[in-house]
Ligand binder design. Sequence first.
Ligand code: SAM
Ligand code: DTB
Ligand code: SF4
Length: 329
Amino acid sequence: MPDANLRHDWSLTEIEELFALSFNDLLYRAQTVHREHFDPNQIQVSTLLSIKTGACPEDCGYCSQSAKHHTDLEREKLLPLDEVLVAAQQAKNKGATRFCMGAAWRNPTDKNLDKVIDMVVAVRGLGLQTCVTLGMLNKPQAQRLRDAGLDYYNHNLDTSPEFYGNVIGTRTFDDRLETLQHVRDAGINVCSGGILGMGEKPRDRARLLQELANMPAHPESVPINLLVQVEGTPLYGADKLDPLEFVRTIAVTRLLMPKSYVRLSAGRTEMSDELQALCFMAGANSMFYGERLLTTDNPEADRDQQLLDRLGIHMESSGDDHSPVCCAA
Ligand code: SAM
Ligand code: DTB
Ligand code: SF4
């Protein structure tokens, strides 16, 4: 249900003006808005698992899993349910409240979806929230996932519509919007964000956020990834983004989508503790937790726990999640 207090009519100029604020002014504003809607010392943590790895027919320029790039990645078929459940239980034991399963597909076949649905039902049975990212979905597939009780579907816009063609050739920006619409119509919470540091211009970052914020309802969860440069992908060697520009993007995301969870996503192994602390100050209140993202490394869980302890930030437990879970059974 759209919230009348949230804006969905941001102009590009307004967003660029936020980016242009002095760093202190921008962070102060973002932190103020953050405190109006969230406990500033609480973070939601999700753990990822790649349930089907590599040999993807898509050509996303950042991705280790595309069959069109020459990376060292070993392909793996769809994991059996028992392996997924072991990983989910481990994630829960370490404190994750959400388990996100990713598959390197252009889209799932209906047969594959049957198997993913079994996973969703079983992982929910452990008392975890569920998220899947399976590529494009059609309307009936989104409804089936909803009926199975799926909590979140992740499908990123990745970048601005203008820069998009520089990164991905096998599916369009509008294809992504269509999948997100099916997810929203089915009543599943939307998780959608993008990647920074792919050689995009400041305007592209502003346009990505404009596209996300001007949707009829904001995504409940907005992952902001820093490109993990994987050897053998076209984006390997892209110019590195100024870390403070990354923090600014988190802050503007918080200002545009005040009630959404903003997730500090891929790329944390490259970030100092101090940079991550600035991201939390700018309004990030979610992260991936556990040593692995999908195919690349994430900081060790113990190290993250130490960082959170040093910052006085505690992990959200399943009982105090106040995300606007719209209708999951
Ligand atoms: N195949 C599905 C799809 O693309 O919709 C799901 C998995 S895909 C790996 C999920 C998202 O992870 C991508 O849309 C992208 O935003 C992010 N991602 C993938 N590789 C990345 C990388 N090397 N660095 C940062 N983010 C990445
Ligand atoms: C998202 O925005 N980031 C996650 C999740 N959604 C699926 C994936 C990050 C992948 C990073 C590269 C890898 O490990 O393959
Ligand atoms: Fe395939 Fe997803 Fe990687 Fe694109 S991001 S190549 S669709 S796994």
